[in-house]
Design a protein around this ligand. Structure first.
Ligand code: LLP
Length: 466
């Protein structure tokens, strides 16, 4: 058996400040390498190929797993998830939070907590799942650009680690939530709720427009340039029971160019200093490689650029610098397995390969034009000379999973086909379009597989109906 893995601690090889942004939108493929086997750095950490050419992850034969569990199937390498969490904690310290929106279920929340990460939750529902997983309120950071009174009530009465204040209207609701807490049945005054203020720094991150969040024209946060963020600090300071400890910004997602974070920090540090804040959270956003030939900075490289930028901007050493990586923790840990059902050769046009999932389990290609690779786990290191478009089974032509895939020439109906780097924003954005049942999620490690989320059944689809 050969280990497919490259060296190094993280999801990718080298620092890529100058590497073209990719994944979103579909980036150009290097023609020279297009028939090449799937690149090892796109596969989970423990991926290995047996003498028979079959892919094992966590010591588990992936084709056999797909036979046993059915398809589509989300498969996560548990060791990979743990390694990325540990890398984040080592790089940023214990204040670093996992951006749970990238992939959240109880087992993932537990795993991130076991490895020492806090959990960034963006809704009351994500908060409930984290609590159901046994996470303590003091390990949760509550985000969201339109938190309801109910979400704020819950967060304040539980006493979450941080509430991130996103708007003036939300601050009004927060005042109500804190007042309700003070007059509650508890008696003595509770400890102040610690908060961060979300600042929009006005940075153009070079990524897809829909996932850019840090520029002026944004629904998120208080603008730095207009002075709204300074005014928000004063407004927050005036609220009884609320303690402003720091500033938060998030400039976008799938960012390859670390200089965007350097810019963000250069803009935020004067704000942090001006208000004597003790914490700066730079958000998430680190990109990952999706295609052969791409490389992204590692979490460790990201953190060292962030720390150097903080130092050169004159941020005091005692200010806690934190981050909230989501994608960089989970994306490469996950692969999705499908079953090939139809192969349609259109001479002079293209080959369509239809699988048993589609835009309902991975809407990213449709939403953002994201590019992916495809390969056959039964022939994991085989060349892929056959150009093909991998499509799903939904009733629309736009239901594309891999626009420009390359596959082995002996591809056949019945094969298990896998898309790597599908651990982030696939399961979490999955839908029941065409009433497809959402796939199961399996963690693999030490030669064993455990189902952490079972596949939906038809009665799950019907249970809300009268
Ligand atoms: N913190 C905040 C406040 C965020 O809004 C996000 C992501 C993160 C952290 C984690 O960002 P990450 O490290 O995963 O880039 N659905 C899109 C991505 C949306 C990101 C939303 N916010 C996609 O599939 O590309």
């Amino acid at each position: 058996m050969s280990q497919l893995r490259r060296s190094g601690p993280s999801t990718a090889g080298r620092v890529a400040a100058g590497v073209p942004p990719s994944g979103d939108p579909a980036s150009s493929r290097d023609p020279a390498s297009s028939a090449a086997p799937i690149a090892p750095h796109l596969l989970p950490l423990t991926a290995a190929v047996g003498a028979d050419g079959r892919l094992l992850v966590g010591g588990v034969d992936i084709c056999r797993l797909a036979d046993e569990q059915g398809t589509p199937l989300f498969v996560y390498d548990e060791e990979h998830l743990r390694a990325r969490c540990r890398e984040a904690v080592a790089a940023f310290g214990p204040g670093v939070a996992y951006g749970a929106k990238a992939f959240l279920c109880k087992s993932m929340a537990r795993l991130a907590r076991e490895e020492g990460m806090l959990l960034d939750v963006a809704t009351g529902e994500e908060l409930s799942i984290a609590l159901a997983a046994g996470a303590s309120p003091s390990s949760l950071v509550l985000h969201g650009n339109n938190k309801s009174a109910e979400e704020l009530d819950t967060a304040c009465s539980l006493g979450v680690h941080r509430v991130v204040v996103d708007s003036s209207d939300e601050l009004d609701r927060l005042v109500g939530a804190l007042a309700a807490r003070r007059t509650g049945p508890g008696g003595s005054a509770p400890a102040p709720q610690q908060a961060l203020v979300r600042v929009t720094p006005g940075v153009e991150a070079h990524t897809h427009e829909f996932v850019t969040t840090g520029r002026e024209d944004s629904k998120f946060g208080f603008s730095l340039a207009s002075g709204a963020a300074d005014a928000a600090v004063e407004a927050i300071a005036a609220v009884d029971g609320l303690e402003l400890v720091g500033a938060h910004a998030h400039i976008g997602s799938q960012i390859f160019r670390l200089d965007a974070f350097v810019q963000e920090i250069a803009l935020l540090v004067p704000f942090v200093k001006r208000h004597g804040l003790s914490e700066l959270c730079i958000g998430g956003g680190l990109g990952v490689a999706y295609l052969n030939g791409e490389a992204a900075p590692s979490i460790r490289e990201w953190a060292s650029v962030v720390h150097a930028a903080c130092a050169s901007a004159g941020l005091a050493q005692q200010v806690r610098v934190t981050a909230e990586p989501g994608r960089a923790i989970v994306a490469t840990a996950g692969i999705t397995c499908y079953r090939v059902g139809t192969i349609k050769h259109l001479p002079g046009i293209r080959t369509y390969v239809a699988v048993d999932g589609g835009m309902s389990d991975n809407p990213r290609p449709v939403l953002y034009g994201s590019g992916y690779e495809a390969f056959l786990p039964r022939a994991a290191s085989s060349p892929r000379p056959l150009p093909a478009r991998v499509v799903g089974k939904h009733c629309e032509s736009g239901d594309v999973l891999v626009e420009s895939a390359r596959l082995p020439a002996d591809l056949a109906v019945g094969d298990v086909l896998a898309t790597p780097v599908t651990g982030a924003y696939g399961f979490s954005m999955a839908s029941n379009y065409n009433r497809l049942r959402r796939p199961a999620v399996v963690f693999v490690g030490d030669g064993k597989a455990r189902v952490v989320v079972r596949r939906e059944r038809v009665d799950d689809l019907l249970r809300l109906e009268d």
